[in-house]
Design a protein around this ligand. Structure first.
Ligand code: SF4
Length: 368
């Protein structure tokens, strides 16, 4: 089907290749690009030279599947462009994450934006140096990781565009507090389509280290709408992330999630939490998890992190139940998701997003 700006398609799974293929076929990616000679740039998130298992960087399998699909449909002018954050080497990030091998096997060039030439743009009083490769391309595919961020709370489609800048402009963006410059950048050059890697994005830090398995990917055309939905999945209200509303104000897209057409291509049936790692393990000490789907547990982990940031987590008096083994159990306890609908207190959804869980748990703590 052709993807409209208000459409978001979501898929769950453990195989990034199959998931990517299903998403781009569902969205009919080949027909989004007007002609086979178009220069298509793929922009992953390779902020640091760390493997995607750490929760910071885009899985190479996603990019590889997109490249193979585009080549098979006769598109030959493809590039992969990215810039690691200030202080890290993009070429190392390409290498560590398998992009160098992908480039070698397919002859698709890797553009290190730190070494690119720049187009100087001025808007809203902000001067920025944007990669000429990205400014001049015909079609831009943005592949962000949905994850936490130490300064802006979250990063996804809109913020991933910062990797299109020179290091000098990145520094300047930080000195300006990021929100207005990010929204402005997207009003100058925005992605034509966004494919979100939400397989195991980090809990609260863009550099990774605390990956939270959610086994989820999304596709959409509106970067603002994608970020508005992504915020909910991490337990944030849109108003917590100023650049989303600013980008809407600047005409980049719509933050009105109530008008989004969200389609689920399948159901989550994977459980990745038999051995939680990092901070997820600490947070899950508050949880009685029994055969829960990974997105459900991942959303709960994000909600618990938000609760902890608000100093409310220690006020929870009982463990929270989650998982399919609770389906037929009636209890006076606290449960998450449709499987715990017979509980006295249960957060609705299958899976409920982190913002819904956060509001539900907050109301219980207030009532206690
Ligand atoms: S409510 Fe139950 S079935 Fe639905 S996502 Fe959560 S654990 Fe899975």
């Amino acid at each position: 089907m052709a993807l409209d700006s208000h459409d978001i398609a979501i898929i769950y799974g453990s195989d990034a290749r199959t998931m990517t293929r299903s998403l781009i076929e569902h969205a009919d990616l080949k027909n989004m690009v007007s002609n086979r000679d178009a220069h298509i740039v793929i922009k992953p998130n390779l902020v640091v030279a760390k493997n995607s298992g750490e929760g910071a960087t885009t899985h190479v399998e996603i990019v590889q599947t997109i490249v193979e699909y585009l080549l098979a449909h006769g598109f030959t002018h493809l590039s992969i462009a990215e810039s690691a954050w200030v202080g890290d080497d993009t070429r190392r990030a390409f290498c560590v994450n398998g992009y160098e091998e992908l480039s070698k096997n397919t002859d698709i060039p890797l553009i290190d934006v730190k070494r690119d030439t720049y187009q100087i743009m001025n808007k809203h009083g902000i001067r920025m140096e944007i990669s000429k490769t990205i400014m001049d391309c015909d079609f831009l595919i943005n592949i962000p990781v949905l994850k936490g961020h130490c300064q802006t709370h979250m990063t996804c489609a809109l913020k991933n565009m910062k990797g299109c800048l020179s290091d000098r402009s990145k520094r300047q963006f930080h000195s300006m507090g990021l929100h207005t410059p990010i929204a402005t950048l997207n009003s100058i050059r925005c992605a034509n389509v966004v494919i979100v890697d939400s397989l195991n994005g980090d809990l609260d830090f863009e550099e990774g280290g605390n990956p939270v398995a959610t086994n989820r990917m999304m596709i959409g055309r509106d970067s603002v709408l994608i970020d508005a939905h992504g915020a909910r999945l991490l337990g944030f209200d849109i108003k917590d992330i100023s650049y989303i509303a600013l980008a809407e104000q600047f005409g980049v897209g719509s933050a009105d999630i109530t008008k989004a057409n969200i389609v689920y291509l399948n159901k989550d049936e994977i459980n990745n939490y038999s051995r939680p790692i990092g901070r997820a393990r600490q947070l899950l000490q508050h949880v009685d998890e029994r055969s829960a789907c990974s997105a459900c547990t991942g959303n709960l982990v994000h909600a618990l992190a938000r609760l902890d940031e608000q100093h409310l987590l220690s006020k929870l008096q009982a463990k929270i139940s989650i998982g399919q083994e609770f389906k037929h159990i009636a209890s006076d306890g606290i449960g998450i998701g449709h499987c715990t609908r017979l509980f006295a207190h249960s957060a609705y959804g299958c899976p409920p997003d982190a913002l819904t869980v956060l509001k539900f748990l907050t109301s219980i703590i207030v009532e206690q």
